[in-house]
Ligand binder design. Sequence first.
Ligand SMILES: *[C@@H]1O[C@H](CO)[C@@H](O)[C@H](O)[C@H]1NC(C)=O
Ligand SMILES: *[C@@H]1O[C@H](CO)[C@@H](O)[C@H](O)[C@H]1NC(C)=O
Ligand SMILES: *[C@@H]1O[C@H](CO)[C@@H](O)[C@H](O)[C@H]1NC(C)=O
Ligand SMILES: *[C@@H]1O[C@H](CO)[C@@H](O)[C@H](O)[C@H]1NC(C)=O
Ligand SMILES: *[C@@H]1O[C@H](CO)[C@@H](O)[C@H](O)[C@H]1NC(C)=O
Ligand SMILES: *[C@@H]1O[C@H](CO)[C@@H](O)[C@H](O)[C@H]1NC(C)=O
Ligand SMILES: *[C@@H]1O[C@H](CO)[C@@H](O)[C@H](O)[C@H]1NC(C)=O
Ligand SMILES: *[C@@H]1O[C@H](CO)[C@@H](O)[C@H](O)[C@H]1NC(C)=O
Ligand SMILES: *[C@@H]1O[C@H](CO)[C@@H](O)[C@H](O)[C@H]1NC(C)=O
Length: 350
Amino acid sequence: MQGHGRCLKLFLAFALLSLQYAQGGEVDHSQRDTNVTKRCIEKERQALLAFKHGLLVDDYNLLSSWSSEAQKQDCCRWIGVSCSNQTGHVIGLDLSYKVIGEDYYLQDIIGSLSNLRYLDLSWTYFGGKFPSHVGNLTNLAYLDLSANRFTNVENLDWLPLLSSLRYLDLSFANLSNVFDWPEAINKLPKLTNLTLLDCDLPPPILSTLSYINSSKSLVSVWLPFNRLNTSSIFLWLSNYNTSLVDLVLSYTTLAGSIPDVLGNMSSLAHIDLSSNHLEGWDPHSFARLCSLQSLDLSSNILSGQLFKFVQILFSTCAQNSLEELFLYENDLAGFFTSSYTPFIFGTLIS
Ligand SMILES: *[C@@H]1O[C@H](CO)[C@@H](O)[C@H](O)[C@H]1NC(C)=O
Ligand SMILES: *[C@@H]1O[C@H](CO)[C@@H](O)[C@H](O)[C@H]1NC(C)=O
Ligand SMILES: *[C@@H]1O[C@H](CO)[C@@H](O)[C@H](O)[C@H]1NC(C)=O
Ligand SMILES: *[C@@H]1O[C@H](CO)[C@@H](O)[C@H](O)[C@H]1NC(C)=O
Ligand SMILES: *[C@@H]1O[C@H](CO)[C@@H](O)[C@H](O)[C@H]1NC(C)=O
Ligand SMILES: *[C@@H]1O[C@H](CO)[C@@H](O)[C@H](O)[C@H]1NC(C)=O
Ligand SMILES: *[C@@H]1O[C@H](CO)[C@@H](O)[C@H](O)[C@H]1NC(C)=O
Ligand SMILES: *[C@@H]1O[C@H](CO)[C@@H](O)[C@H](O)[C@H]1NC(C)=O
Ligand SMILES: *[C@@H]1O[C@H](CO)[C@@H](O)[C@H](O)[C@H]1NC(C)=O
């Protein structure tokens, strides 16, 4: 993670300039205005106040609403906090870009906000031990802990406890020791969006890939900037051969040929395999990708006749959906002149 430090700081400098406000209003403000005594649950309010003390930087006073002053008692109206309008429990906490939490352990707040469904602590610069006790937040549907400075993630044993999880982003966390990450993901029956950008992921080990109980729900998989293995990653992804729409595997050291199994994932609309070492591709194998809208194979070492590739691809049913094709920086012969493109593409970006 140290290597990301400078990046993070730069990014935060910009990010803090844009004040982002709380996530979706689950709270009925008009109703509360007519009843000033209604406020959030005291235990949760205290937990949030205690948590605030662990936030080192709040330069833009975004947390000034988090206060024990009389008129600010209702924590459901605090910036970044949202409550259930039925139970009054805090169900959403969104501090993304809003604060910087230096090496603060999240233990207390996680223990106290057990009803959380939405937790976004991305770009908050938290350090210290990775908070694997988020596994206790079993109502979570959305979890974004990306872009912090946690120490290496020891394991993902806590992840399958989050059986309601739909969205997971752990980008920039160091998962280099978590060899069974594909299995942990497979055990989340409702997960639709997975983002693990630059996590130092170890390649999936074929023998540990289990298909039996796997979730079939993944729609979006973003794993750029990891060191993956072509055969094992596609074998794992074939679990999701009926659900996957977005697939981003750029900068993942993929080598060899683009596996035919990709062509069986018929729901795919966006494929990004750019900036790898892929050298072979049979466009015939894409014959069933009838929803394909964008295909990025740029910056690989594909060889052959560009015209042939394009001709074959546009004889498949992708011809009706394809809007963007990126093939630049390959070893393809006969690169297009722009005058060809209107006859063959709606849009060609090359
Ligand atoms: C992740 O942790 C491993 C083991 O501690 C280390 O070798 C590796 O450099 C780390 N990766 C990054 C991107 O910091
Ligand atoms: C205001 O809220 C309190 C506590 O929830 C409740 O007992 C009371 O009936 C409410 N009053 C009105 C006018 O809604
Ligand atoms: C909040 O209350 C309104 C009506 O008072 C209801 O329609 C809405 O579904 C509730 N939202 C949640 C998240 O419970
Ligand atoms: C859940 O919380 C308990 C008590 O705070 C703790 O002992 C346990 O390790 C936590 N579970 C996970 C998965 O972190
Ligand atoms: C699949 O689920 C069943 C019951 O939930 C369990 O007994 C079995 O060990 C699981 N298999 C794998 C490979 O995880
Ligand atoms: C999940 O992925 C789908 C498909 O790429 C996308 O449309 C949707 O916006 C994503 N959801 C979130 C919360 O980012
Ligand atoms: C990729 O994984 C397969 C199966 O586990 C293995 O045989 C192969 O050597 C691996 N390739 C690389 C480049 O690590
Ligand atoms: C693709 O799907 C077809 C039909 O379902 C099947 O016969 C073939 O073995 C599959 N290919 C791969 C590489 O999974
Ligand atoms: C999808 O994968 C399953 C096994 O994971 C396989 O049985 C099925 O034939 C595949 N479907 C296609 C269209 O490839």
